[in-house]
Each structure stands twice: as C-alpha cells, then as structure tokens.
Design a protein around this ligand. Structure first.
Ligand code: GLU
Length: 422
C-alpha cells in the first residue's frame, strides 16, 4: 500500500480545519491562524574538523505571537525543512495556548545529521547558526529550547553566542533567551524530566477516566531520547510494565518486562542507544507495532502512525510524546478501531511548561526547588487535560480536535479583543 501522506504542514491544516469548522470560528481569524507569520531560512558556513568549509541550512519559523513571545524548540536532523518547521511551529502555538502560557509558537533547526559530527563541529555549527539568526531570537521575542538531537549543551552554546553579541549592559538580563539550559547557566531543576513527567501525567488522567489500572498496565515506547526515557522512568513509578522499546539502533522486547532505569543507565554508556541491551529479544518494526499492550508512547519523530501502520496497533491508548507522530488518516483509523489518543499538543506540553518556569525564574533571578517546579507543572498539565476532556464531551469530538478548539478559542478571543492593526 502506498501512503497518501503529502506534507506535515498539510496535516496541520486538516486538523485545524476540522476544529475550526466544528467551533464555527471567525473567518478572518481563521485566515490569520492558517498562515505562519515569519519564515526565516539562513545559509551559513562552518569550518569542519578536516579543514573543509561546509554550508548548512537553518530554519526558524514563527507562527503566531498574539498571546506572547514566540516559543519552541530547535532540532538537528536531516528531515528538518521549511514544511516541517512550519508544521512544528504551528503546533507550538496551539500547545502554549492549551497550557495557558503567555507564549506564541515557533520552531526551527538545522538540516543535518549531528551523529556524524564531532563535539567541536556541533559547537561551531550551533554558534554560527545563532549568529545567523541574530535579532530574530530574543528573551522577550523568540525563545528557542531543546528538541530532537539538541539539549542543555546546545542551549549553553546558543546562550553564550547570543550574550556575546549583546552590549555589556544587556548580557545579564538576557539569560532567558533560551530555555532548557544546564543548571549552572540558568537552567531549572525539573526541565530535563518535564516532558516525560507530563506524558505520564496525561496517561494517568486518561487511565482514571477509562478505568485502566496503570499498576497492571503494559506499554511500549518508540524513541529513547529525553522524552521516551523519562516517560518510561515515570511509568515505572506508576507500576506499569515496559514490554518493548524501539530506537534508531534497534528494537528490544521482553515478555517479563524491561527495567527503564537499567535501560537508561545502559543507553548512557552506549552513545544513547539501546542496541545490545542484555536478556531481551530483537523483534522487527512490524512486530513491535503489532505488540499487544495497553499503551503505546511514540516519542521519536513524526509520521509513525500512518494509513499503513495504524491497522497494526494492538493497544488501548496512544500517548503522543513526539510531535506529529499520527497522520490525519491514521487518526480516523484509530478512532474507528476504538483506540484512545492523547494528542501531542496536550501530551507533551509539559516540556514547554517547564521552559516557562525556567524563563520566569531567569526574569526574577530566582532558583526554585525541584518539588516546586514539578508541582507547578503537574497543576498546569492536569488543568489542560481537564479543559480538553471537557471540551471533547461538549463538542462530542476526539481529544485532538478538542485540544485545537481550546487553543483556537483562546486565540480567537485575543484577536477579537484587540482587533487588527491599522
Ligand atoms: N521542543 C519542545 C516541544 O516541542 C519544547 C519547546 C520549549 O520548551 O520551548 O514542545
């Protein structure tokens, strides 16, 4: 079977139109939100370790900022392109609105494979990209954060490059130009685990509503980076059993269950990869997707649950740790098959919620305790889940469409209050 899938941004439009129709959204505001505001593409040179000069292409798409500064991650991956960045930026606008944060939406990254680069090359690529972005980012304007293949170290390089290009007086009040920083450089306790913590918090809310006992539940995870590994860590605390994990290096399965903490330690010493983990069985991608389990947490890239793969799933719930793992066609198949789904814009929103608390601490020159940060994240995620779930019931629709309605209603209100300049 061939896929009918065209572009990620078209997928966003399908989701958007469904919700906008259902809520009978104001036509003019619908037009505004169906477009991105700014699409920045930069080409920049970097000297590689072998002395050669290589050109790179970086993107930053800013979708909307009516509710506050543009906010969203930067990813390093060969799949990064303008279409991807537009889709991911738009999802950030919905995500921050659903969480009730004073932010808009943006996303970007560089199209390359970071696993083929040395640390020195990664640093030079990151710094030169930051320099090329110039005033297109800023602590009260557009605030990047980690995403696929970027992390606290990447943010430290961006921070340092950004501060180095500011005037002396501006430097100490610009710490919040990026979030997801290392602790010593203005990062917050809890940001590392925030997304996984939120994924599991939404799963627990869904489980309570659907009478699924997580202490007896089984689950599978795709991707074992920041989101996948921390989700597994918190699923263990709920007593759930991890049956299988898939990452770029392979797929591991154990009927008895895989201990997430042991796997995390193993992966740390194995360049982040899960391959060669002992006492497990290797299975195929098709076998992985067909496994009988209660929950599937896709926590890798987009377009994983498609027309071809949705019929294979044998789970009760898909919890989207990744952004855009399910295509609109697959959404319909899951609904027909009675498989629940917590949409990305709600499920993984604790990442940007954690970022918001880091940003606030930087603005106030404060450092909060881990428990305080986690408690605040929990409150926001539970509120967002309750709002979306209530909206789904009121509109008799799925959680993704309901999440969109929550976001679009907030944005529509802001536009109606302010009007359009001039
Ligand atoms: N990259 C994460 C996301 O997709 C976090 C964004 C942020 O913290 O700004 O939500």
């Amino acid at each position: 079977m061939t896929t009918t899938h065209k572009s990620l941004y078209e997928d966003v439009q399908v989701q958007f139109n469904k919700a906008a129709d259902l809520m009978n959204m104001n036509k003019g505001i619908r037009n505004i939100l169906s477009q991105t505001a700014n699409e920045i593409v930069v080409h920049f040179p970097v000297k590689m370790d072998d002395g050669q000069i290589k050109m790179f292409t970086g993107y930053r798409v800013q979708h909307n900022n009516i509710l506050g500064p543009y906010k969203g991650g930067l990813r390093y991956h060969p799949s990064v392109d303008l279409d991807d960045a537009k889709a991911l930026a738009t999802w950030m606008t919905w995500k921050t609105a659903i969480a009730g944060l004073p932010y808009g939406g943006a996303k970007g990254g560089i199209q390359f494979d970071p696993t083929k680069c040395s640390d020195g090359e990664l640093e030079r690529i990151t710094r030169r990209f930051t320099f090329a972005l110039g005033n297109n980012i800023g602590p009260e304007y557009d605030i990047p954060a980690p995403d696929v293949n970027t992390g606290p170290q990447t943010m430290a390089w961006i921070l340092d490059t950004y501060l180095s290009t500011r005037s002396q007086g501006e430097r100490n009040n610009s710490l919040h130009v990026v979030t997801g920083k290392p602790l010593n450089s203005g990062g917050t306790l809890g940001r590392d685990r925030a997304t996984g913590y939120g994924v599991v918090t939404t799963i627990a809310e869904w489980a309570r509503d659907h009478k699924l006992d997580l202490a007896k539940a089984t689950y599978i995870v795709q991707g074992f980076g920041n989101v996948g590994s921390w989700s597994a860590y918190f699923m263990k605390q709920k007593g759930a059993k991890l049956l299988a994990v898939e990452d770029v290096s392979g797929i591991i399965y154990s009927e008895k269950g895989i201990d997430p903490e042991e796997l995390i330690t193993f992966a740390k010493n194995n360049h982040g990869k899960i391959s060669h983990y002992p006492n497990v069985v290797a299975i195929s991608h098709k076998e992985f997707l067909s496994l009988k389990a209660d929950v599937f947490i896709p926590a890798a890239l987009s377009n994983q649950i498609t027309l071809e793969t949705a019929p294979l799933l044998n789970v009760k719930l898909v919890a989207e740790g990744a952004n855009g793992p399910t295509t609109p066609e697959a959404d319909l198949i899951l609904q027909e098959r009675g498989i629940g789904l917590i949409p990305d814009v709600l499920c993984n929103s604790a990442g940007v919620i954690g970022s918001y608390f880091e940003w606030l601490q930087n603005k106030r020159s404060e450092y909060w305790e881990m428990e305080e940060v986690i408690e605040k994240i929990k409150k926001k995620v539970i509120e967002a889940y309750a709002n979306v779930s209530k909206t789904a019931k009121a509109h008799k629709t799925d959680l993704r469409t309901a999440a969109y309605i929550v976001a679009l209603t907030r944005l529509e209100k802001a536009y109606i209050e302010r009007g359009i300049f001039p």
